[in-house]
Design a protein around this ligand. Structure first.
Ligand SMILES: Cc1cc2nc3c(=O)[nH]c(=O)nc-3n(C[C@H](O)[C@H](O)[C@H](O)COP(=O)(O)O)c2cc1C
Length: 300
């Protein structure tokens, strides 16, 4: 497999596929505020595509290279003076990192204290909260630097009830028709449990999120799982419970495939995973104590 590297030896693609996607338009709208610029050259140094250089003393995109910009905004983020603007963005509107990062010990508690929540209140989460979460999650890294992840969200608990019903009747049909794929036979117990009043798949959650990405993206699997990990941590920091949902993913991908179309996940997308979420009907009081990590410390 041919690995593409740029002049700095940075891996930028595999085979014919670039990790980075060039902008949809050629206008990067790169500009430098000459009153603020201290000519440190950091924006030039940090540009992974090597398309910025000093021109008449100030950084500028090299003529003819504009279309190579991957819109990563590193030039914008690395400027200590807030002198660089790109894509029409105002550096004064960006959040400064200094003094605004969370304390490591608190982040550790979030990571260790996050739990798979399997008991939910019916109370819905306001759309503004859900969309606000997704506006942050869209900052998760992707192998190709365009925002190609598709967030399929159920915000209305009544829609969620419909999906729950249709999933269960689809599984019930497959069980009755002996159409459950090999390895998924346990879904007949899921139907039995449902009939006994237990929602093993959705756990009664009022909301659902699936993240998918085009199959021909360089890393759809990684992109989608990273986005869901961002979503889970941020949601749990706000007291919203989440559950990674393999049972739902397999149901949609292997047993009730018509659901995929119904909820609008494009055929040419790879479904990374499903997650259900909502206000928890359970409270956890302490972190668990897993570990130690299994480490292979290389010493050649
Ligand atoms: C990829 C993935 C898929 C999962 N699928 C399910 C599922 O379908 N149903 C479920 O109840 N839990 C599911 N879980 C939750 C795990 O069972 C859970 O992480 C494990 O029990 C440990 O609990 P904790 O997440 O609270 O640490 C899944 C977790 C992951 C990471």
């Amino acid at each position: 497999m041919k690995v593409q590297v740029n002049l700095d030896g940075v891996q930028v693609g595999i085979g014919n596929e670039s990790f980075f996607c060039k902008g949809e338009h050629n206008m990067t709208e790169f500009s430098v505020n000459k009153e603020r610029c201290i000519k440190c050259g950091e924006c030039i140094e940090d540009c992974v595509m090597n398309i910025i250089a000093f021109e008449s003393e100030y950084p500028a995109i090299i003529q003819g290279k504009e279309s190579e910009c991957i819109q990563c905004e590193h030039c914008f983020a690395v400027c200590s003076e807030g002198a660089v603007s790109i894509l029409g963005l105002n550096p004064d509107n960006a959040t400064k990192l200094e003094g605004n990062l969370p304390e490591t010990s608190k982040l550790e508690v979030l990571m260790k204290g996050r739990r798979a929540v399997r008991r939910y209140l019916k109370e819905p989460i306001p759309w503004e909260t859900i969309s606000g979460l997704l506006d942050v999650v869209v900052n998760s890294p992707t192998g190709r630097n365009t925002r190609q992840n598709l967030f399929t969200v159920v915000s209305d608990p009544l829609v969620m009830d419909k999906i729950r019903e249709e999933t269960m009747s689809g599984i019930r049909r497959a069980v009755a028709n002996n159409a459950i794929p090999q390895g998924f036979e346990f879904y007949s117990f899921v139907v039995d449990a449902w009939d006994a009043g237990k929602d093993i798949i959705f756990r009664g959650a009022p909301h659902m999120l699936a993240v998918s990405a085009p199959k021909d993206a360089p890393c759809p699997e990684a992109d989608t799982l990273i986005a869901l990990t961002y979503f889970e941590l941020l949601a749990q920091s706000m007291g919203i419970g989440t559950l990674w949902n393999g049972l739902l993913k397999w149901a949609v991908t292997a047993i009730v495939p018509e659901l995929r179309k119904k909820i609008g996940i494009p055929e040419d997308h790879h479904i990374g995973y499903f997650m259900v979420f909502g206000r928890p009907a359970v409270r956890y009081y302490r972190t668990v104590q897993r570990g130690p990590a299994m480490i292979n410390r290389v010493i050649i």
